[in-house]
Design a protein around this ligand. Structure first.
Ligand SMILES: [Zn+2]
Length: 312
């Protein structure tokens, strides 16, 4: 028996046939033509999945279920809202059921899906209570309890990027102030480094972007950190301090077995993980007890397909 996982992104849609061990056997992708509207994107998804099966001499009888990861929010009634796709309360699950009536279909937020993948076959494999932060352009999160994605009573939970951990100098895209996303995303790192440089602080970052502040990216800031650049050190230390606050909150709330950090920012895992556990410990209620391991994700972009395939 196989599973199909579909990772719907802002620019592309990736589908894969996954076996019970979480290995992607076959894959196929298409563009996300979100400007063509919801129904056309759904048509593309159906064409993609059926094409993937056909190309590999499989049909729906070989498939146990199809799971979908969506860059947005899906409520318990199956209505999806995804700003990047232009979806507002669209009837996603019903549309999927109409198109794939031969099998069970499931869908979840993409960060939750990535967490499920890491818990099933990646960095958090075999752990009962596992939490993942996806540190990218924004910050996403997923909570896995007893092997299942947990999103609360109404489907609104595990929005770990929007826990409020302090006052910040700019508002979050969600409209609130102080969300983790505004301290610990790539965007937050870039903005803070730009701010310090605009204040007149000397930094090698300015040379690295030939004087063009708009060209700063998170990797450049991490590279400058390795050179002991003051602006980079202050920016990354601030990032780690707020990340440690969020992690201390989740340890105090859930006491998970393991916490995994994924997303583009986590590529600098050596810098991020160094000393992070000690920072977290200082902010715990039970400072002397063992608490969650903190690791980096290891499935990369495949987590979107693998986790979607494991939804049930
Ligand atoms: Zn927010």
């Amino acid at each position: 028996m196989y599973f199909v996982g579909v990772d719907i992104g802002g620019t592309g849609i990736q589908a894969g046939i996954v076996n019970e061990n979480g290995e992607i056997l076959f894959r196929k992708e298409c563009k996300t033509n979100s400007l063509d509207g919801f129904e056309n994107v759904m048509n593309d998804i159906e064409y993609l999945v059926r094409g993937l099966l056909k190309e590999n001499n499989l049909d729906m009888r070989d498939i146990k279920s199809i799971g979908f990861g969506v860059p947005g929010f899906i409520n318990k009634q199956g209505m999806a809202t995804a700003v990047n796709l232009g979806w507002e309360d669209v009837n996603f699950i019903e549309s999927l059921k109409n198109r794939f009536n031969e099998v069970d279909v499931y869908a979840e937020n993409d960060a939750t899906v990535a967490a499920l993948a890491e818990a099933k076959s990646g960095s958090m494999k075999g752990k009962n209570c596992a939490v993942m932060y996806t540190l990218g352009t924004g910050v996403g999160g997923g909570i896995i309890i007893n092997g299942k994605a947990f999103s609360g009573a109404h489907g609104m939970g595990s929005e770990l990027g929007h826990v409020i951990i302090g006052e910040n100098y700019f508002d979050c895209n969600c409209g609130n102030n102080g969300c983790l996303e505004t301290f610990c995303s790539a965007t937050a790192i870039i903005k803070y480094a730009q701010r310090l440089i605009k204040e007149g602080r000397a930094s090698i970052i300015l040379d690295m972007v030939n004087g063009n502040l708009e060209d700063i990216n998170a990797k450049i800031v991490f590279d400058a950190y390795r050179e002991n650049d003051e602006v980079a050190v202050e920016t990354i230390n601030r990032f780690k301090l707020y990340l440690s606050k969020a992690i201390a909150n989740i340890v105090n709330t859930l006491d998970p077995d393991i916490i995994s950090l994924g997303g583009g920012v986590s590529r600098a895992s050596d810098i991020i993980l160094s000393g992070l556990k000690e920072l977290v410990r200082e902010q715990l209620v039970f400072k002397n007890n063992e608490f969650a391991d903190i690791v980096c994700a290891n499935l990369g972009a495949d987590a979107g397909i693998i986790g979607a395939a494991f939804l049930s």
